[in-house]
Design a protein around this ligand. Structure first.
Ligand code: ADP
Ligand code: LRH
Length: 490
């Protein structure tokens, strides 16, 4: 059985997985893992896009050295970010990181001018300050040469795919995250683009997940000494890929894609675009098979990543397992933060920000690394409960437990505390949700798997799922009340 190749690029790291479908069992081999470190230059924070392309080529070389000739490949990545191609076919500038401060205040100004009803009513997408629409509006306000000289807008996976194939296509799941894609009209929203003064001519064809969109170009195959490989568009939004891989056997399931971000919600057949969805700031991101992800972003393990980086810069180096062990030894329910407070969005000294949050809310600030990490993880688990309750309210569904996928499930303490907080079981697995979702969409496109439900069954049979039963109900119930009051969550 030939192998296929999936590249999954998260905001903190990327990996290349070779997958093989053997008698309804998926076998995977991670052939390349690489850091994805953004680079700050002056006031700007940018992605090192050429390094990411270099690592994609490294994945192809490692496959070759392992004696593998993948019969197809696809890329998924984090959402919302993009680059422009100029009239000579070359990339103009380095793509900005969505945490760059050039969008500060832009969402508020754009909402005031266009009205939230118009933006949400045309897209069904939640208001996040870094959505592509506000990044483009920021470039417009700053009179960026990119908008004058750009000829084609490509999102990150589309851009890397363009480097590989020379072909330019957008993809539905990732396009939906821009807040410029209209799911009712089924295309880019030219009126919204007009509202922010950006030409719709920059935006090209959007294909559905599972479309073949070219093959590796001759210059690349010659450079690497490999054969030509067909290239697919999958659910190129990593969260879309992760949800495709949730090993749920029932239709109405709740998921938490747990990595740099925590994305929690449920899958729906049609976008939920009413007043309540807008008021609760839920989103309807495009998925596979015409489905939508009704979900909410939660700031996630980003806060822990930045905490770790802050300590590392100060000469204290901790691995994630070590931080989890310190948290476990610290006293329970010392202090809480609302992880989604905007003060935690941008890179920086998270331990100090947590201390300020606690001071401002009349709490004792965590004093030790263990107390700090415990505060982050308990607060996340409590926020999961809050968002799960909102998801039930909005969708009218009732969930018997929560599926968790992604790198964050290696943190067994977080999984257990999530179960405790929601008072329901957590089913954790698989870790490499996005890469697996990427693989199965390629197999569906090639007729190797029937549809997404067969894919989920095969994933369920191929990878272990760890069940965490809820514990300490009364203590977590009391903590939830305190957390909600502190965070002002009615
Ligand atoms: P992304 O794809 O968004 O870059 P991942 O899905 O790779 O993120 O998840 C990264 C997160 O997983 C880290 O922030 C960290 O909190 C957690 N993590 C990774 N490895 C471990 C580990 N061995 N123990 C506990 N947590 C871990
Ligand atoms: C997770 C993710 C998330 C987006 C964010 C920008 O990696 O794609 O779904 O909101 O990055």
């Amino acid at each position: 059985m030939p192998s296929i190749l999936a590249y999954d690029l998260g905001a903190s790291s990327g990996r290349a997985l070779l997958g093989r479908l053997n008698n309804r069992t998926i076998e995977v081999e991670e052939i390349h893992r690489f850091g994805n470190d953004p680079v700050a230059i002056g006031d700007r924070l940018q992605w090192d896009i050429l390094r990411l392309y270099h690592d994609i080529k490294q994945g192809l070389l490692k496959a070759k050295h392992a004696g593998e000739t993948p019969s197809s490949l696809a890329i998924d990545s984090w959402a919302v970010d993009f680059g422009f191609i100029g009239r000579n076919g070359e990339l103009l500038g380095n793509p900005y990181h969505y945490r760059d401060r050039h969008t500060d205040g832009v969402m508020e100004r754009t909402m005031a001018r266009l009205t939230p009803e118009r933006i949400f009513g045309r897209t069904g997408i939640q208001f996040l300050p870094f959505n592509t629409i506000y990044q483009l509006a920021a470039l417009k306000e700053a009179d960026s040469p990119l908008l004058e000289q750009g000829r084609h807008f490509l999102m990150i996976p589309d851009l890397l795919r363009y480097f590989l194939t020379g072909e330019m296509f957008g993809e539905f799941s990732n396009a939906s995250t821009t807040q410029l894609y209209n799911p009712i009209l089924g295309g880019w929203d030219a009126d919204l683009l007009g509202d922010i003064g950006v030409s719709p001519a920059l935006f090209g064809t959007v294909v559905q997940p599972g479309t073949r969109v070219g093959q590796t170009r001759a210059s690349l195959t010659e450079e690497l000494g490999i054969g030509t490989i067909p290239v697919y568009a999958v659910a190129e939004h990593d969260t879309g890929a992760a949800v495709a891989a949730v090993p749920a056997l029932e239709r109405d399931f709740a998921y938490l894609s747990c990595g740099t971000w925590s994305l929690m919600g449920t899958e729906v057949d049609r976008p939920v675009m009413g007043e309540l969805a807008q008021e609760l700031n839920f989103t309807n991101e495009g998925g596979v098979n015409g489905t939508f992800r009704l979900l909410k972003n939660i700031m996630g393990l980003w806060i822990l990543q930045e905490t770790r980086r802050t300590w590392e810069n100060a000469g204290m180096s901790y691995g994630f397992p070590e931080l989890v062990a310190l948290a476990e030894q610290a006293p329970a329910f010392g202090s809480f933060i609302d992880p989604d407070d905007p003060m935690f969005l941008h890179p920086g000294d998270m331990p100090s920000r947590i201390a300020s949050y606690c001071a401002n809310s009349g709490q004792r600030a965590p004093q030790t690394p263990g107390e700090t990490v415990r505060c982050i993880l308990e607060s996340l688990a409590l926020k999961y409960r809050y968002v799960l309750e909102l998801t039930e309210r909005l969708s009218g569904k009732s969930f018997s437990g929560l599926h968790m996928v992604g790198g964050g499930i290696q943190n067994a303490l977080l999984c257990q505390w999530s179960a405790n907080a929601i008072g329901k079981p957590v089913w954790a697995g698989p870790v490499e949700g996005s890469a697996l979702g990427n693989l199965v969409v390629q197999w569906i496109a090639q007729g190797e798997l029937k549809d997404i439900w067969e894919a989920r069954r095969v994933i369920r049979e191929s990878f272990p799922v760890t069940e965490y039963e809820p514990r300490d109900g009364a203590a977590w119930e009391a903590a939830y009340g305190k957390f909600r009051a502190l965070a002002g969550l009615s």
